[in-house]
Design a protein around this ligand. Sequence first.
Ligand SMILES: [Zn+2]
Length: 175
Amino acid sequence: MVCDGFSVNHICKSCKRLLKPEFIKKDDVISFYKYENIEFLIKYKYEKFGSFIFKELATSFSLFSKKYPHKLNVIPIDDKIDKGYSHTAILANAMKKDKKLFSTLHSTNNIKYAGKSLEFRLNNPREFKYFGPKGIDVVLVDDIVTTKTTLKEAKEVLKKHNVNVLFSVVLADLR
Ligand SMILES: [Zn+2]
């Protein structure tokens, strides 16, 4: 799906080599790819077969989880099922050794942020509701960080439940 080469998998071996994850840390956000390298792949989240693409990209989350010495509580942000899957749930699910808190942090405002300005994001908060356990440390999972508005909002809501965000893990950080 990435090149014209023949492959029985969705992403061929040579393209997979190009998608080798890096380890990028900016303040409390860990990311694995430069956005321009995976932009065309992330866009598949709006498609039915995007689940295959996200499973490939989720390898980066799996490697990170393997290397991280402690067992984490992982919250995929707004992991509602859309077109048969949730892209943040696929990413979180790749963190094999960690505890996943699925469907615990959902937005009550279904406005799409893609391509929208910071002003629009600030004027239209996601209005997260948290349904998970209180008094724990967690790691947030999302596909991309654009302005950090979503992460900040999620953190504020979690704080009210005495849930402390250690850091966030995303595919790409655009900042
Ligand atoms: Zn290829």
